[in-house]
Design a protein around this ligand. Sequence first.
Ligand SMILES: CC(C)(COP(=O)(O)OP(=O)(O)OC[C@H]1O[C@@H](n2cnc3c(N)ncnc32)[C@H](O)[C@@H]1OP(=O)(O)O)[C@@H](O)C(=O)NCCC(=O)NCCS
Length: 328
Amino acid sequence: VNSLPLVLVDGDVRLRPFREDDWEVVEPWVTDPRVLRFSDFVEERSLAEVQAIYRGVAPTSELYVIERDGVPVGDGWLQEMNLPRVLDAFPGLRTSRIDLQLAYDVWGQGVGSRAIRLMTARAFERGDDLVFAVGIGNFNERSRRAFLRCGYVPWRRVPQPERGEGAFGHDLICRPALFSGTAPVQPHPGSDGIRAGDRPYGAAVVVYRRVPEVEVLVLHRAGLGPGHEGDWAWTPPAGTRFPAEPVDECAARELHEETGLELDLVPVGTDDDGWATYRAEAPPHATVVLDAEHDRYEWLPVAAATARCRPATVAAGISRAIGPLGSE
Ligand SMILES: CC(C)(COP(=O)(O)OP(=O)(O)OC[C@H]1O[C@@H](n2cnc3c(N)ncnc32)[C@H](O)[C@@H]1OP(=O)(O)O)[C@@H](O)C(=O)NCCC(=O)NCCS
């Protein structure tokens, strides 16, 4: 399919170029329903259908057969980014994506992580700015973890209606500084495991709308219990920054994750605790879609929003971001 002579090696795991006579080699797993369920969200594909997909990908990709101890056990590719949602977010940058699938019998033995690491290193070596894993089904924790192990972190959650109502997938992003180990890292409780070890540690986005008086969006944290009204019960959208993540990207990611909103962000400043605050105006009838971390939201006049949010640093962030607007 492609003729690049490139071979990527990590001990007994070796990625070699996928050749036109490799169809028989890959057929056992690329047509295996147990693999297809995760790689393509389908139960069945003929070899001819698989060939059409690979031939479509090939002109903009490096395709590899993944071998362990000289035995082919999977295949994967490094492809120039083809998704508008990523291309539009990073104009002028060279972005790519990695896709792979292994034979069922070798799952969970570290081969996937090593293949991902090899292809990601190759991408940065050839000059890519950012590498992505896109649309990993939310039921495919094995794949998500394999990418996280290689320095990928969450970028966006994407609806996958073709998999049924409420289904979604994960887009993950890999930035060179985290991949190469030069970005400061701190452990963080939670499923992603890490946060930035340097300032700013996170970002809050004070979202407001004019109806026509100014109202501020506050979210209620589900984990504290539906009746909890004390510290951290109500906050604007906010969250910690990932290592190597630019703080404006952190703010946009948290806003999207917690509310589904994509808005223009205006930086307001960073407080003494190392948290950055942004202000963002939402259209009057913007629809808020909460994530699982929150159980309700309210649009409140500025004074009510600052009274509702505790501790005082949260309220102060709202005042700083929105104070002048509230008295307009
Ligand atoms: C996704 C895939 C490439 C990963 O390769 P792999 O060799 O199985 O993955 P690794 O062994 O390197 O890493 C798997 C990670 O998932 C974890 N894991 C394994 N089984 C798991 C399970 N049932 N549930 C949750 N996590 C699991 C492992 O512990 C490891 O994470 P950790 O190091 O943080 O503990 C491979 O499983 C595969 O081909 N799956 C089917 C096709 C597919 O999903 N392709 C990707 C589409 S986005």
